[in-house]
Design a protein around this ligand. Sequence first.
Ligand code: UDX
Ligand code: ADP
Length: 460
Amino acid sequence: MNRNIVCIGAGYIGGPTMAVIAKMNPDRKVMVVDINAERIAAWNSEDYSLPIYEPGLVDVVKEVRGRNLFFSTDIEGAVKECDIIFVGVNTPTKMFGRGAGRASDLQYWEATAREIKRFAECDKIVVEKSTLPVRTAAAMEAILNGGRGEGEEGTKGSGIQFTVLSNPEFLAEGTAIKDLLEPDRVLIGGPQTDAGAKAIQAVVDIYATWVPRERILTTNVWSAELTKLAANAFLAQRVSSINAIAGLCEATGADVDEVARVIGADGRIGPKFLKAGPGFGGSCFKKDVLNLVYLCESFGLHTAAEYWMGVIRMNQHQQERIVSRLFAAMFNTLANKKIALFGFAFKADTGDTRETPAGTVARLLAEEHVRVTITDPKALVNARRDLADLSDVTYEEDEYKAAEGADAIILMTDWRHYPTLDWNRIYDSMRKPALVFDTRNCLAAAELRKIGFRVLNVGK
Ligand code: UDX
Ligand code: ADP
């Protein structure tokens, strides 16, 4: 068995993870392959215009690309050349048929399993990186190690052994490189057999070049798969919990940031993930909680399913509440008013707009016939694509231009430079009375009020 590594899927997970693995394992060849030729071309672009924005990523890619990290569309060649195969293909929520709106769509993942089987010529370790429902590794194992049927393409003879491991990714976008370089923990789940133990060790060796050994946790496959869903569900639940408190703060005169600070000072609770806002977005939280709901339902655990579903409902409600409050504050009519959304990415430091609360808010505003203008330093390309069906939306790179003539600004993403903009200049260019709805509570509200703005916050 050789030490070469390939990752199938050159997305938000595969790209950064393999770049860091290549950096920290200069003696290994690391390949990243994808069916999307455009994406691979971007990873290989001479001017490093990579397909995803992630702070620090370009520097790592500059260091390792062409040294021991290679991007390609040659899936067959890479599977033949590498004995450790990571799978990082997309597993979006299924929008059709059984489990629609809840279960993961596993078609890309299954196609990948079949490709691996078709091209492999010797034993392989297959490592799941995509978030997958519990027990998918078993299905992967069944596809890979099941007999190659009569007439099945590429039958290369039997006897090839595939060992399937689960190595879920805990990196968060915007801090991916830091999370990869200094992880709280690395989790590797594998079968409790001799072959399983050897495979786990082979993957431990990859990470042990830079991660302290005590932070590399090994479990059985099912625990690893479930842990990923549960960890994201717990984080999402904290966000929904503080947002549920935010509504109560608005009704009573309490301040959610003060409440969160004091709750977080309890060592048992801790201060992280207690920031009230427009609700969570991103590719993982909603998808993973829905997966958990689907799993609970499949095992007849209906009360548990409802419990987790509440986390999603609370999140949707938060965005509806933002628009309702704005509606009330703008004299119960939004038609023909101009509203500028400051930020469209689901959080700062990323261009990713999957499940972004700003998308929901933009659509709710469009229903009210608002003239929406969107500005964002990294996410305008994705915003244009996501909202292509809405005609009354314009996109503006420059924040000052976006605000010109607007009746209101809704700050949706906590981009670090927003508090440092010239808010006097912005105020002067807006229609009066000018309103700012700071859904991230990151602007100096008292200063804005001094300038003349009406200010709304979440949870105050
Ligand atoms: C998340 C997990 O953190 C990561 O471990 C997992 O691997 C993938 O999913 P990510 O979606 O990239 O990462 O971002 P994260 O920082 O977790 O934020 C998720 C969403 O919650 C964002 O929309 C963010 O704005 C929101 N959030 C987060 C809050 O509204 N309040 C908080 O206190 C924290
Ligand atoms: P994630 O956030 O999980 O990394 P992305 O959507 O960013 O998800 O990336 C997944 C990548 O997997 C995409 O670039 C997609 O083209 C790729 N992909 C999907 N199916 C296959 C496949 N069968 N073979 C190779 N790559 C695939």
